[in-house]
Design a protein around this ligand. Structure first.
Ligand code: PLP
Length: 363
């Protein structure tokens, strides 16, 4: 199997796996218990918190959550005032904003240009005094484009609003820009386990709780933490920190090699430069993506985001770039990173290209 779906999830780092085992097997105590084994588990949670927080700006607090989806729901539902967001956001943001709008909260969704980037003049016009929250993602999960978060944060702050950054696809790979008030992240996108995310909050930011209960985590997030998942997340963050330069160089090399191999029939969706290079979202006129995926079962790649892949709707991200339904439907997403091998990537591209050519001959 050649795995090229790093935006859906990343392979678990062996080090993160090992770090989790003791907390699953022997050290099972509740980290919120006051006895000795509970305190030992709590110490592991706090060490993990420090490791994750070391990749985030100073002067904030990190609350573990069950996922980035929960973190984003919390930040949006727990804040107040009109919301401004962007058409290419993840469903965890767009659907939550829509739900808030149905309950009467004002919401504005900014368009993007053909390159996937938000127009800052349109943002300035929409983010007016009285706005409560601006929600913008760092790296797009479908097309890899990087939004100008620091500039959006400046605009948000001039209007008195908070800036929530969905940094799920950038955390540990792209520096967190200055000016964020809240940052949502997820362990399984940085070679950590699934089932744990976090919300980082600048000191002084306070949110209404999303989950009511024991209020175990900073900001009042309730629920018993899993020391195993925390330890896996912390170890993954530590590795991302230690391997940042090597991982970056590897991804750049893979991106260059892949682009050099692509023929002119393939067009890259979204900006090439303002982009995380572990993503190639490609379109080819007339491509039958469902057939391509079913013909190449030993290559794991996708037609768009994993969450939307069950629906046969064209990607809302590609539609927001101004692509027609047909253009959006003939696009594929390839994602690669730390454990990807260049020969395998090039072999996959060759086979994808050959299968696409055959489709054309048979059409
Ligand atoms: N935001 C972005 C940009 C994502 O890519 C994802 C996951 O695909 C999420 C949010 C949700 O993360 P989680 O899987 O932790 O709920």
């Amino acid at each position: 199997m050649i795995y090229l779906d790093y935006q859906a999830t990343t392979p678990l780092a062996p080090e993160a796996f090992e770090a989790m085992l003791p907390w699953l097997r022997d050290d099972f105590a509740n980290p919120h218990s006051a006895h000795a084994p509970g305190r030992k588990a709590k110490a592991a949670v706090e060490a993990a918190r420090d490791d994750v927080a070391s990749l985030l700006p100073p002067g904030g607090e990190l609350a573990f959550t069950g996922s980035a989806t929960e973190a984003l729901n919390w930040a949006i539902q727990g804040s107040s005032g009109p919301i401004v967001t962007i058409a290419t956001e993840h469903a965890a943001v767009l659907d939550t904003v829509e739900s808030e709008a149905r309950r009467g909260r004002m919401a504005t969704v900014l368009p993007v240009a053909r390159d996937g980037l938000v127009d800052l003049d349109a943002a300035r016009a929409a983010i007016v005094p009285g706005t409560g929250l601006v929600a913008a993602m760092l790296v797009n999960n479908e097309i890899g484009t990087i939004q100008p978060i620091a500039a959006l944060a400046d605009i948000a702050h001039s209007a008195g609003a908070l800036l929530l950054c969905d940094a799920v696809q950038g955390f540990g790979r792209v520096a967190i820009p200055e000016g964020c008030d809240m940052v949502a992240i997820s362990a399984h996108k940085i070679h950590g386990p699934k089932g744990i995310g976090a919300l980082w909050m600048r000191k002084g930011v306070s949110l209404a709780p999303l989950l009511h209960g024991g209020g175990q985590e900073p900001g009042g997030r309730s629920g018993t933490l899993s020391p195993a998942l925390c330890a896996g997340f912390g170890t993954a963050a530590r590795l991302a920190n230690a391997r940042a330069d090597a991982d970056h160089a590897h991804v750049e090399q893979l991106f260059r090699a892949a682009r050099a191999r692509l023929g002119s029939e393939w067009t890259v969706n979204g900006s090439i430069d303002a982009r995380y290079h572990g993503n190639l979202n490609l379109r080819r006129i007339g491509l039958d993506v469902a057939r391509l995926i079913s013909e190449l079962r030993d290559i794991a790649f996708s037609a768009g985001s994993a969450c939307a892949s069950g629906s046969r709707r064209p990607s809302h991200v590609l539609r927001a770039l101004g692509l027609s339904d047909a253009e959006a439907r003939c696009s594929i997403r390839l994602g690669f990173g730390r454990y990807s091998n260049q020969d395998e990537l090039l072999e996959a591209l060759e086979r994808i290209d050959a299968a696409a050519r055959t489709q054309k001959v048979m059409a």
